[in-house]
Design a protein around this ligand. Structure first.
Ligand code: GDD
Ligand code: MG
Length: 369
């Protein structure tokens, strides 16, 4: 079985993290998110993967290469202009020999891919779509099915009050190769807005595989934070790529853990080579990358620090994400939904509006108060 992972989006909702880092390379506890997804595929015996890339493809290719380091076969098809979620598949049709998985690149889930293969074979459709129940389907594709799970309608991001069901497209498909013939070549085509509705209208057999799995689209800052919180709360087990050098990197400390310093409020994750002053307060829900430093009296909770971040004395970090090599001056407050881009330097005692997006070269996007 082959798999295509759609990784060509620009990750606009995760800016400024995705200035310089494509969304699939955004880390989840120190390992690129994409590598976690590849680990799940490998666990299910799917070793042959095509990446449909477009935005910053070199960053992905430089890291994963041909996949041999993690025991997989990875090839790349790069779009010069975005072809959309179906156009991207049509564009790599030459690489596909049989039925294949398609994965949105930003989905964190405990879905059992082997169970999905069995379900697909049992139902014999041209496409099986993984679906999950959500409170507000307006941010997702909405999947209406009849009693034997056959899909009767697919509506992408309907207005909230018009959603026909709360069963949402979870962004994992198992497709027969023949579906590729139904996608026009050479232009941008959306699988959600064009291909699925057209297949259904033409009478094709599409099936919904509804499960109660853990599921989260990490493509927005609050969801990215939540993903880390959920792993720290042990709501799901993380897959790693199978590279032992990576899978053991960093330390998790959970409630009741032995050996956590007294100034830690658990749960906490700490990378390698981190220096934390004994008067700093770390956690709960602090995720600190490799080579970070935290000075005296600083406080960090509900926050993610990538690698090489420096936190000055007495600074306060909460409900925030800081990309690599950010430097926070003493006494500064980085809170309430702040997202800080690579190498940004935050002045001593700075404070920001809620949801500030802070970048390196411009002082800030939202003005300091
Ligand atoms: N190669 C390529 N080319 N990839 C693309 C393109 C493109 O033109 N456009 C988007 N992608 C990739 C993104 O990188 C991402 O991994 C995936 O396709 C989905 O795009 P998003 O931009 O994250 O879509 P969404 O989250 O708004 O909605 C999609 O996911 C939901 C579940 O998370 C849809 O599939 C919804 O129906 C679904 O409910
Ligand atoms: Mg998404």
């Amino acid at each position: 079985m082959q798999a295509v992972i759609l990784v060509g989006g620009e990750g606009t909702r995760l800016r400024p993290l995705t200035f310089g880092t494509p969304k699939p390379m955004v880390p989840l506890f120190g390992i690129p998110f994409l590598e976690r997804t590849l680990g799940r595929l490998k666990e299910a015996g799917v070793n042959d993967v095509v990446l449909a890339a477009g935005y910053l493809p070199r960053a992905i290719e430089d890291h994963l290469g041909d996949g041999s380091r993690i025991g997989m076969r990875i090839s790349y098809v790069v779009e010069t202009t975005p072809l959309g979620t179906a156009g991207a598949l049509r564009n790599l049709a030459d690489h596909i020999t049989d039925s294949f998985f398609v994965l949105n690149g930003d989905v964190l889930t405990s879905l059992d891919l082997r169970a999905m293969i069995a379900f697909h074979r049992r139902h014999g459709g041209v496409a099986t779509l993984h679906a999950i129940r959500v409170d507000d389907p307006s941010a997702f594709g909405c999947i209406l099915r009849d009693a034997d799970d056959r899909i009767s309608s697919f509506v992408e991001k309907p207005p909230r009050h018009e959603a026909p069901t709360n069963e949402a497209n979870a962004g994992t498909y198992l497709l027969e190769r023949s579906v590729l013939d139904r996608i026009p070549a050479g232009r941008n085509v959306s699988i959600e807005r064009e291909t699925f509705p057209e297949l259904i209208a033409s009478g094709a057999h599409l099936v919904s595989f509804v499960t109660d799995d853990y599921w989260l689209d990490i493509g927005r800052p609050q969801q990215y934070l939540q993903a880390h919180g959920d792993v720290l709360d042990r709501k799901l087990e993380l897959a790693s790529s199978g590279d032992p050098a990576l899978s053991n990197r960093g330390r998790f400390w959970y409630v009741g853990a032995v050996g956590a310093p007294a100034n830690f409020r658990l749960p906490v994750f700490i990378g390698e080579g981190v220096a934390i002053d004994s008067s700093a307060i770390v956690g709960p829900y602090a995720v600190i990358g490799d080579r970070c430093s935290v000075a005296a009296g600083a406080e960090i909770r509900d926050a993610i620090l990538w690698d090489g971040v420096e936190i000055g004395a007495g600074a306060g970090i909460s409900d925030a994400i800081l990309a690599s090599d950010v430097c926070v001056g003493s006494g500064a407050r980085v809170t309430t939904g702040a997202v800080v881009g690579h190498r940004a330097r935050i002045a001593a005692d700075a404070q920001f509006e809620p949801d500030a997006r802070i970048v390196a070269d411009a002082e800030t996007i939202a003005t300091p108060t």
